[in-house]
Design a protein around this ligand. Structure first.
Ligand code: C6P
Length: 400
């Protein structure tokens, strides 16, 4: 539907069939504008940032810092100093676990996660638990994939310091009620982090409106390049947190006796940043806005409803996640067919989906399965592709 020709890869064939790309929660395809911005910068503007007095370095620095401002505006943060560039959601989460952990957490303090977290929002906290002796609490969910809000509230006690939860589940598509969760966290004197890897690409996310203290997301899931991500943090908290890594860019003065650190956000950006990636991310943001986030969301919701309607007519179909608010991700299994076989056979029809545990093994356990197949939509998918996908599912089913 939307500007498919902007995405050159969508016109290629696999196994002699037109590509139908339904693995967008893993990574999205890139519009020409983003790929061009990358080659353009390498061809014309490439120089290390924040270091040179020379023209190119200043130009590259301007692009990099303009990108930071673009990200700030996109998520409505108060200040550009609250935008830290990272390699992606995973690094943003590790940064918070490590640095927030050093500043705010002590043995016996508690962090609340949910049962539907991606491993990136579990493992860093477990590593911290092993280092500091913190306690992890887990919010359960109902069979439709809605978090149990009464159980959530009951998890708070005087040792709760932080809630760290997915805004949208990468498996169930559940859109968690982050605003309400933030209100409750703050009412109990705790901070809250929303993992926005699967929300920021799909609908308007406003950090001030949601009231979150931290937000993490990845460029590559929102039509931008791989290797660039964002950590938003409330200034007051970031100020109190120590650097995550040491090196160039993040220092004011170094002697062998003592080092003083840079101001925000550079304190958290050790080493040469991905200044080409940051600019390309800004171009991806401009691309999204040129279509309109509301329009993208409405389109993806239409595809979701359309796909669910048809998939529900397939015998033996199990769909995981029927939350009240659900994003355009459908995880499923068909009785009698292993998810890996399903994915492999669909692939032969030119249809790309993801299979396996989706980096959410505790959620797989909660659902009583080893793995699932998953189709996920982006702005360029069409109803015709959904038709082909459902026809593909029926065809695979007939083979068994
Ligand atoms: N989920 C998926 O196919 P990175 O890899 O750092 O860009 O993002 C990690 C991550 C964190 N949180 C959530 C909710 C995510 O969905 C992801 C990435 C991909 O579902 C790859 S495993």
């Amino acid at each position: 539907m939307y500007m498919r020709t902007d995405f050159p890869i969508l016109s290629r064939q696999v196994y002699g069939r037109p590509l139908i790309y339904l693995d967008n929660a893993a990574t999205t395809q890139k519009p020409r504008a983003v790929v061009d911005a990358i080659s353009e910068e390498y061809y014309n503007t490439n120089a290390n940032v924040h270091r040179g007095v020379h023209y190119l370095s200043q130009q590259a620095t301007e692009l990099h810092e303009a990108a930071r401002e673009e990200v700030r505006r996109f998520i409505n943060a108060r200040q550009t100093e609250e935008i830290v560039f990272t390699r992606g959601t995973t690094e943003s989460l590790n940064l918070v676990a490590d640095s927030y952990g050093r500043a705010f957490l002590h043995e016996g303090d508690e962090v609340i996660l949910s049962v539907m977290e991606h491993h990136s929002n579990i493992v860093p906290w477990q590593m911290l638990r092993d280092r500091l002796g913190i306690v992890l609490r887990v919010i359960p969910m109902d069979d439709d994939g809605n978090l149990d809000m009464a159980a959530y509230e009951a998890l708070f006690n005087e040792r709760t310091r932080l809630v760290s939860v997915a805004h949208v589940s990468n498996v169930l598509g559940t859109v968690n009620p982050i605003r309400e969760m933030a209100r409750l966290a703050h009412a109990h004197g705790a901070h809250i982090l929303a993992d926005g890897a699967q929300s920021v690409p799909h609908f308007q996310v406003d950090v001030q409106d949601l009231g979150v203290d931290f937000l993490t997301f990845s460029g590559h899931k929102m039509y931008g390049p791989t290797g660039i991500g964002v950590l938003y943090g409330r200034r007051e908290l970031l100020e109190q947190m120590p650097p995550y890594q040491g090196g160039g860019e993040m220092i004011k003065r170094v002697t062998f006796e003592h080092t003083t650190y840079e101001e925000l956000p550079y304190k958290f950006e050790a080493g040469t940043p991905d200044y080409v990636g940051s600019h390309a991310l800004a171009v991806a943001i401009q691309y999204i806005e040129s279509i309109g986030r509301d329009k993208i969301h409405a389109h993806e919701q239409d595809l979701l409803r359309y796909a669910l309607e048809q998939m529900d007519t397939i015998p033996g179909m199990h769909i995981y996640g029927r939350a009240r608010e659900k994003d355009a991700v459908i995880a499923f299994n068909i009785e009698g067919i292993h998810h890996l076989d399903l994915g492999t056979l669909l692939d032969r029809l030119g249809i790309a989906i993801r299979t396996g545990h989706h980096c959410a093994q505790p959620l797989m356990e909660r659902c009583g399965v080893e793995g699932m197949a998953r189709a996920s939509f982006a702005l360029y998918n069409t109803r015709e592709e959904v038709d082909a996908f459902v026809a593909g599912l029926r065809r695979v089913q007939q083979m068994f």
